[in-house]
Design a protein. Structure first.
Lengths: 263, 284
């Protein structure tokens, strides 16, 4: 594994999420093997690899969404800001409040646009009335959706297009004021125009948040991320600055994947 | 050529079978409504039976049936929906053998003949718990009878809620119960309501369990107390057609009573259908 951190763009950022000898099993299936990765704040870190390589599982380990799968078992640590999130005294609900998650398919709740955004803040008593209105507006602005929906906040979220729904889901993830945004192939169900908008959004989001992106779209990783990891069969094959990974891959597997020999 | 003939034959047979079902339902309902509707009048619906049960209305039976259904709803819905929520949302941390046992019990409960529920009610509520022959005993018995329907259909509705909704809520830091309460149940609510209505409409027409838990042949005025005996539409039909001193003279009353019962049950089923179709539309 090669890590290159001396690129100028990376100098102002700090370690946010560190995987330390992290292993994960679903039953007997060893899904993640000895993961050691440091994810930096204020950049986009992309995990790419063929289907089934464990990249989504890795992402879901960061906000402990794998906890809901009974047969899931882990070993090793994931440290966020010096705290191992798998320690017994970590409050998983507090942890998830610090992390926003965007899923593969847009999954707004069957509620109004407003209620979709207000859901999280209400859960955590972050405000009501005008305060809540302001959180909703800020979140929708953060996801570049405000101007499109400001006159129809109380219409069903399903009245939005697919791309708008996904930006609504991003706004929902922003509503709880997180530090980290996890995105699990957020554009795989979207058309190219909607994809461009979401990618532009990712570039903005990294100013304030640590963004972790899972994608099987190579171009997307190249376009939006500063750091890229290539995963294969549950292992991180190569991790480094996106430019290095794409222009000068050290591992043959990475090179074959990038040049389209498999994937 | 031969293949084509057999294909045609099978198709016409299936078509005939399907048509037969419609004919039976329309014929039955139509026959009852044709004979029953002329009997219905404001007086028939609001006056108790009179003249030794040979004349008068069925107000006490209507009141009894409505009261029993409301009480059945009060008992059966919380337990039934609660069990469904448990089975759909909370089984992952429970020993699968326990879950299997619960499911087995529910399936068996659904297959038990209603007269057996009647006997259970008689033994458990009327005698053992001392509720005597009463609206309470009858309602408790009917709640047992409707539970399997409510549980099975509610669980189905809850399971149909996409996993993605639950994940979205959990990822925002909601607990499992917050997720269930704020997202899963509201989304499944139309389905749960349909389940409850179908369960109740099944209970509305039950006769045997009521006979064993407190239905009376004649009560001049509905008492309003849940600890007293009652008249119900279904048992009234049974009494009028088998126990009356002159069954042929009470025929109009029988038709009228059946029509009222049928209208109640069918309109409940119709409501369930409407709610369900709206629910489908919401899921795109």
């Amino acid at each position: 594994m090669i890590t290159t951190l001396d690129t100028p763009v990376l100098s102002r950022v700090t370690d946010k999420i560190s995987f330390k000898d992290f292993n994960l099993w679903y039953g007997d299936n060893h899904v993640l093997k000895d993961i050691n990765v440091r994810i930096k704040s204020n950049i986009v870190t992309a995990f790419m690899g063929p289907s089934g390589c464990g990249k989504s599982t890795l992402l879901r380990s960061i906000d402990r969404m794998n906890d809901i799968i009974p047969i899931c078992r882990i070993e090793g640590d994931i440290v966020i800001d010096d705290v191992n999130i798998y320690d017994e005294d970590v409050d998983v609900y507090e942890l998830r409040k610090r992390i926003g998650m965007v899923f593969q398919k847009p999954n707004p709740f069957p509620m109004s646009i407003y209620d979709n955004i207000a859901y999280g803040p209400k859960l955590h008593n972050m405000g009501k009335g005008e305060e809540l209105d302001r959180i909703v507006e800020t979140s929708l602005r953060g996801a570049a959706l405000w101007d499109e929906v400001k006159d129809r906040l109380h219409e069903s979220a399903f009245s939005l297009s697919g791309g708008q729904q996904q930006r609504l889901c991003i706004a929902r993830a922003l509503s709880i004021n997180p530090e980290i945004i996890l995105m699990d192939e957020p554009c795989s169900a979207l058309d190219p125009i909607a994809t461009i908008k979401i990618e532009a959004l990712m570039r903005e989001l990294k100013e304030k948040y640590t963004v972790v992106l899972v994608t099987h779209n190579l171009q997307q990783a190249a376009r939006v991320s500063e750091m890229t990891a290539f995963m294969y069969l549950g292992e991180i094959i190569e991790f480094g600055s996106t430019r290095d990974i794409f222009e000068n891959p050290q591992n043959e597997l990475t090179e074959n994947y990038i040049t389209g020999k498999f994937g | 050529m031969k293949k084509k003939t057999s294909e045609k034959l099978v198709f016409s047979f299936l078509k005939a079978v399907a048509a037969m079902i419609v004919v039976v339902v329309v014929g039955l309902v139509g026959y009852i409504l044709v004979n029953g509707l002329p009997v219905l009048s404001f007086k028939f619906l609001t006056k108790p039976p009179s003249n030794g049960m040979l004349a008068g209305g069925i107000s006490s039976a209507i009141a009894g049936t409505l009261m029993i259904m409301i009480l059945t709803m009060v008992f059966a819905i919380p337990i039934g929906v609660g069990a469904a929520i448990f089975l759909s949302e909370y089984t992952d941390k429970v020993d699968p053998r326990i879950i299997r046992m619960v499911r087995l019990s529910i399936n068996n409960l659904a297959g038990v003949p209603s007269i057996v529920y009647g006997l259970l009610g008689l033994g458990l509520f009327v005698l053992f718990m001392g509720f005597r022959f009463s609206v309470l005993s009858a309602s408790l018995t009917l709640s047992f009878l409707t539970l399997p329907v409510i549980i099975a259909a509610s669980e189905e509705a809850l399971r149909n809620v996409p996993m993605a909704y639950r994940e979205a809520s959990l990822a925002l830091g909601a607990t499992k119960w917050e997720t269930t309460r704020n997202v899963v149940i509201p989304t499944a609510l139309p389905g749960i309501m349909t389940a409850c209505i179908l369960g109740l409409s099944r209970a509305a027409g039950e006769t045997a369990p009521l006979l064993m838990t407190g239905a009376a042949y004649y009560i001049p005025r509905f008492s309003g107390s849940i600890f007293k005996q009652f008249m119900a539409l279904s048992t009234h039909i049974f009494f009028m057609s088998t126990q009356s001193p002159n069954p042929s003279l009470t025929r109009p009353i029988q038709y009228g009573t059946i029509a009222v019962l049928l209208i109640i049950v069918l309109s409940m089923n119709f409501a369930a259908i409407i709610i369900r179709s709206r629910y489908r539309r919401r899921f795109r």
